[in-house]
Design a binder for this molecule. Sequence first.
Ligand code: FES
Length: 96
Amino acid sequence: MPKAKVTFADNGVTVTVSAGTRLIEVSEQAGASIVYGCREGECGTCLIKIVSGGENLAEASVLEDEVLKNMLAHRDQRLACQAQVLGGEIIVKPLT
Ligand code: FES
């Protein structure tokens, strides 16, 4: 199974995870500080900045897209509870 390397810009921790892992789960493994609420892509609490490697994340679902639009999120922001890693390297930065 492909692996992805995810680095958290806030604490500098890098973890290697299997493709398909959601960023919120990666965060828990890394001890990073992503704050979350519903974990179902509805509340928007887990908004996170993708510093680089956004192309290594699965496309946002219709639900995630809608929440991001409603929050007026920037193009480099995703919901950590929804965004799944595909492989390669990704650098993220928690916003809270
Ligand atoms: S935790 Fe609610 S949208 Fe991610």
